[in-house]
Design a protein around this ligand. Structure first.
Ligand SMILES: Nc1ncnc2c1ncn2[C@@H]1O[C@H](COP(=O)(O)OP(=O)(O)OP(=O)(O)O)[C@@H](O)[C@H]1O
Ligand SMILES: [Mg+2]
Length: 261
C-alpha cells in the first residue's frame, strides 16, 4: 500500500477475469480518488461489467489485487463489498418490486424493535423518517413512501436505487448503465442526482454508452477494449471523436496506448 496515495479510494492492480477460455478482463490497472467521478466506456463485450462485477464482489477475479480505502480486499460477495462501503446500482433496476419505497431503501438494514429467533418487529416509522431524509439529501421527491416500487416509473425506481446507494455513508458508488432503460426526462433526473453526489464528494464509477452523458458528468474516462483498459483520459482534454477513436481502436492520433493519467 506504500504506493497508494491516501486520496485513492480504490485501486486495482493487474485485475484479470477469465471465464474458461474467454479473457473477459485482462490486467486492469485502475484507480479512483476520493473526489473523482470516472466513466467506463467501451464497445459491447469490452469487459466493462466484468470489471465492475469484480470490484463489487459479484465475481472473484482470476488474478490481480484490489485495494479499497487503504487496504487490500478480497470481497466474497456483494454484501461484503457493501459492508466495506461500495454500493452498486445496476441497469436492471435491482429493487424488490412488491415492497414499498421505505422497505427497498432498508432492504437488509431493517430497524427492529426487537428480535426473537427468526421473528422480528420492524420499526416502520423510524424507517420511514430515515427514508425521507435519505431521499431529501439526494433531492428526490416521492410523495408516498408506502407506494410499491412496481407502480413507479423506471426513473423514479432508479432514483430510489441511487438514493439507497448514496444514503448509507458509502465510500464509493458504482453504476452499471444506470440510465440505459430510462427515457430522456428520467435520465436527466438521474444525472442531476449523480451531479449531487459530486457536490457531496462521493466518488462514482459509472459505465455508460452515452458519450453526451459521460462528458456532462465525469472528470475522467477509462476506455475498455477487448478486456483491457487501453487508456484513461481527462474529459477536459479530449473530444467525443477522440473517445470514439479509442473505443473502436481506429486511433488516428496515435495516442499512447496504455498510458495512464
Ligand atoms: N458469466 C460469463 N461466462 C462467460 N463469458 C462471459 C461471462 N460474462 C461475460 N462474459 C464474456 O466476457 C466478455 C466481457 O463481457 P462484459 O459483460 O464484461 O462486457 P461489457 O463491456 O459489459 O459489454 P456490454 O456493453 O454489452 O454490457 C464478453 O466476451 C462476454 O461474452
Ligand atoms: Mg455490461
Amino acid at each position: 500500500m506504500n504506493d497508494l496515495n491516501k486520496e485513492v479510494i480504490l485501486k486495482t492492480v493487474g485485475l484479470t477475469k477469465h471465464y474458461g477460455g474467454v479473457r473477459a478482463l485482462e490486467d486492469a490497472n485502475f484507480s479512483i480518488s476520493s473526489h473523482e467521478h470516472i466513466a467506463i466506456v467501451g464497445d459491447n463485450g469490452a469487459g466493462k461489467s466484468t470489471f465492475v462485477r469484480s470490484i463489487t464482489g459479484v465475481e472473484r477475479p482470476t488474478f490481480g489485487k484490489i485495494f479499497f480505502n487503504g487496504k487490500e480486499v478480497n470481497f466474497r460477495s456483494p454484501t461484503d463489498a457493501r459492508e466495506s462501503g461500495i454500493e452498486t446500482v445496476y441497469q436492471n433496476l435491482a429493487l424488490a418490486d412488491d415492497l414499498d419505497v421505505t422497505s427497498n431503501i432498508f432492504l437488509g438494514r431493517e430497524i427492529e424493535y426487537f428480535k426473537l429467533g427468526p421473528l422480528s418487529w420492524l420499526n416502520k416509522s423510524a424507517m420511514k423518517k430515515k427514508s425521507s431524509e435519505l431521499l431529501a439529501q439526494t433531492g428526490i421527491k416521492i410523495g408516498n413512501l408506502s407506494q410499491a416500487v412496481a407502480s413507479m416509473s423506471g426513473g423514479q425506481r432508479q432514483c430510489v436505487a441511487i438514493s439507497r446507494a448514496a444514503g448509507w455513508g458509502s465510500k464509493l458508488i458504482v453504476m452499471d448503465e444506470p440510465t440505459a432503460a430510462l427515457g430522456i426526462q428520467e435520465t436527466k433526473k438521474v444525472e442531476e442526482i449523480i451531479k449531487n453526489l459530486k457536490e457531496r464528494n462521493i466518488p462514482v464509477i459509472i459505465i455508460s454508452h452515452n458519450l453526451r452523458q459521460v462528458f456532462d458528468l465525469v472528470d475522467k474516462i477509462a476506455v475498455f477494449r477487448q478486456g483491457r483498459i487501453i487508456d484513461v483520459v481527462k474529459t477536459s482534454e479530449v473530444t467525443g471523436n477522440d473517445v470514439v477513436a479509442l473505443i473502436t481502436g481506429l486511433d488516428k492520433k496515435n495516442r499512447a496506448v496504455g498510458e495512464y493519467i
